[in-house]
Design a protein around this ligand. Structure first.
Ligand SMILES: Nc1ncnc2c1ncn2[C@@H]1O[C@H](COP(=O)(O)OP(=O)(O)OP(=O)(O)O)[C@@H](O)[C@H]1O
Ligand SMILES: [Mg+2]
Length: 177
């Protein structure tokens, strides 16, 4: 912002192998969200390199990054980020629709993912009719339906009570296993 350059990430050297399950910890303002945005190909950086599955991310065009985000990366946010006017089913379907599936083609897979997060009976509901934990589970189904290789979560239990948060973490553990 402005003319002043702020160095946010300095000397970051991180390698993540397939199958790893890790947390990024640090004090407020230390750059966790910035790093997550870069890993998720949502933000760019001025120097250094980021290699994702043999792709040099810093050389890629916006259109290529859009594809990588859709295919390789699933995001889960602290505040769910569901679309208020969409039903659960419509929301979970979005990543497949972006890939060119018809609604009809997408529906069976959506049903399967909603079942896996225990929400089969809520598919016609809208976010305002769901509890926080249920909304987060919709967000998880949305993040997973495209079979991403990477699942990124930014404080995914921050808005949940401790037992619901525990369930979400348990689900992540199962997915990772
Ligand atoms: N768009 C921006 N423009 C300028 N500075 C920014 C911007 N976004 C973040 N920063 C600065 O970059 C630094 C890192 O911010 P970041 O949001 O990555 O921290 P964080 O570790 O996620 O913090 P928190 O735990 O509070 O969420 C902070 O000093 C912040 O003020
Ligand atoms: Mg943050």
């Amino acid at each position: 912002m402005g003319s002043e350059h702020l160095k946010v990430l300095d000397d970051i050297n991180l390698t993540v192998e397939k199958g790893e399950f890790l947390a990024i910890l640090g004090s407020s303002g230390s750059g966790k969200s910035t790093l997550m945005s870069i890993i998720g190909c949502m933000d760019t950086f001025d120097c250094g390199e980021y290699i994702l599955d043999q792709n040099q991310i810093q050389t890629m065009k916006d259109s290529q990054l859009t594809k990588i985000r859709n295919k390789e990366i699933g995001f889960i946010f602290q505040r769910y980020q569901l679309i208020p006017s969409y039903t659960v089913m419509q929301d979970v379907m979005i990543p497949l629709i972006i890939r060119g599936y018809t609604r009809r083609q997408a529906q069976p897979l959506c049903e399967q993912y909603l079942e896996s997060v225990g929400l089969s009976d809520r598919s016609r509901h809208k976010p305002s009719e769901l509890s926080g934990g249920q909304q987060q589970r919709v967000a998880i189904a949305h993040a997973l339906i495209g079979s991403p290789n990477i699942l990124l979560a930014g404080e995914p239990t921050g808005a949940l009570d401790s037992s619901t948060g525990g369930e979400v973490l348990e689900l992540f553990g199962q997915l990772n296993a």
